[in-house]
Design a binder for this molecule. Structure first.
Ligand SMILES: [Zn+2]
Length: 181
């Protein structure tokens, strides 16, 4: 048998799919030919690499360990944008209130001032003890200022209440809802 004939049949020789006669011939040639014997060893190595399913063995508790590790990590802080969100909410509420007041009072600015002055006139008097002189000099302006300040504070308190009371409850509700799925 020539080396060229032997080389072509080495794969099938390893698979054992040759005829008994061919198997004997190859075996005899390999026994007497160092080059083909060496080639046979190389083919064996390549076959071993090709057919070895090299899946890494995972420990039995792999998933549990990974999840435990993930849970032990600090959760991302949702507080970074809290202040920004608060002021956005506050500004939105302030604008809504201003527009609502504008619509309710009609479209004239003096009417808005008058409405605020009427609504907060009593409040202004009670608050402007020290600023009585100023209030005397320009009562409408002082009343208007106090009224705006009071609206601001009220809106801020309302926005704070919405943000710090309702939002966590909504978040908790959403979290429990998503857990239930
Ligand atoms: Zn040979």
């Amino acid at each position: 048998m020539h080396c060229s004939s032997c080389e072509k049949l080495l794969d099938r020789y390893l698979e054992g799919t040759l005829t008994p006669r061919q198997m004997i011939d190859i075996s005899a040639h390999i026994g007497s030919c160092a080059a083909c014997a060496h080639l046979l060893e190389e083919v064996k190595v390549i076959d071993a690499l090709l057919f070895t399913t090299n899946v890494p063995e995972l420990p039995a508790n792999f998933t549990f360990a990974v999840m435990a590790e993930a849970r032990s990590m600090p959760s991302p802080k949702p507080h970074q944008h809290r202040l920004l969100s608060f002021f956005t909410l506050y500004l939105a509420a302030a604008w809504i209130a201003a527009v609502a007041l504008f619509i309710v009072s009609g479209t004239s600015l003096p009417k808005i001032g008058a409405a605020i002055a009427a609504a907060f006139g009593t409040l202004a008097k009670s608050f402007s003890g020290g600023a009585a002189g100023i209030a005397h000099g320009a009562p409408v302006l002082a009343t208007f200022s106090v009224g705006v300040l009071t609206i601001d504070l009220t809106l801020a308190a309302a926005a704070a209440a919405v943000y710090f009371l309702i939002r966590p409850r909504l978040a908790a509700h959403l979290a429990s809802a998503s857990e239930a799925q």
